[in-house]
Design a protein around this ligand. Sequence first.
Ligand code: ATP
Ligand code: MG
Length: 277
Amino acid sequence: MNAVELDSLGLTLGRRPILRDVTLAVREGEFVGVLGPNGAGKTTLFRAILGLLKPAAGTIRVFGETARPGNAAIGYLAQSRSALPQLHLSGREFIASSIRGERYGLPILGPEGRRQLDEALDLVGAREIAARPLSAMSGGERQRLLFAQALIGHPKLLLLDEPLISLDPRRQREVVELARRLCRELGITVLFSAHELSQLFGAIDRVLYLGNGHAALGTIDEVIRPAVLSPLYGSEIEVVRANGHIFILSGDARVEEDPHLHEHHDHGHEHHDHGHS
Ligand SMILES: Nc1ncnc2c1ncn2[C@@H]1O[C@H](COP(=O)(O)OP(=O)(O)OP(=O)(O)O)[C@@H](O)[C@H]1O
Ligand SMILES: [Mg+2]
């Protein structure tokens, strides 16, 4: 069975077309890197798979069923998370409050909730980290905690939206390895968005590249080619391989961007103010 099937999918935000007539399928158990310039629609696609945005055209199926909100088969790590609220909470309390779907108030879990929480924390090796307050964690440690949060309830599909932002290269590698391990050992299908292909090199099975309303899904060799990428960027693209790296160039400039440290305010939902972050 396919994990995600897009059939003639069109997505629009406001009046703005984000994806047009996209048909593709992600197989169960695949690790797919989702790439594309800022604004290409990576986050929008994830939200649509989550059932938070209805297709303007076509269909989205998740494990054979039409995408719908509250699908327990999907775990989600959202992109907009630079300001975790409630920094005084311990990692455990923070996740516990999300299990109960509460933002405020005392997060108290029953035995079953505690078991699920420990299980998820153990999967990412964060049980000890989670005993500390959020304020006493590094960016990478918080990221692992949020990873655990996404794993609660045994999702079969993980949507990880830019989990590498603001991590140093070594931590980035750890997060990629972790996602790959979960994919391989638990058979979880992973869609992992990132800003540079090199961050995912050697780990992903296929790449889903978005741009200019279009999408291309295939192996790196199939997709990272001028003929495929030029329409996605709307300009002549050159692909240069050197020392195990791939550079995507338009004219003389690299078009892949560095992971942005500042999150933009996107769809107006589920947002906290980022303040000074
Ligand atoms: N409510 C809205 N109405 C119209 N356009 C919107 C709305 N919300 C977002 N957009 C635009 O939709 C486009 C797709 O945004 P999206 O966040 O999905 O891109 P992305 O690929 O995740 O980008 P990034 O790499 O910056 O995270 C962007 O150009 C964004 O400005
Ligand atoms: Mg995004």
